[in-house]
Design a binder for this molecule. Sequence first.
Ligand SMILES: [Zn+2]
Length: 64
Amino acid sequence: MSASHGSCYRCRKEVQVFGSRWCADCYYPGIDGDYDRYRDLLEEGYTRYQAKLMVGWADPPEEG
Ligand SMILES: [Zn+2]
């Protein structure tokens, strides 16, 4: 049996709280809603990077 609690849905690190989808570093109020939106964007054909950008999970590319 593994002692793992599962992996963070955002960064894939092990979560500290059993049953949580998010590690302490990633969690913020409203992240579940952003995750739903992220999944919707993927289904609409966006890449993971584009979807992360659109929900604020990735830094935008540097301009210039
Ligand atoms: Zn995380």
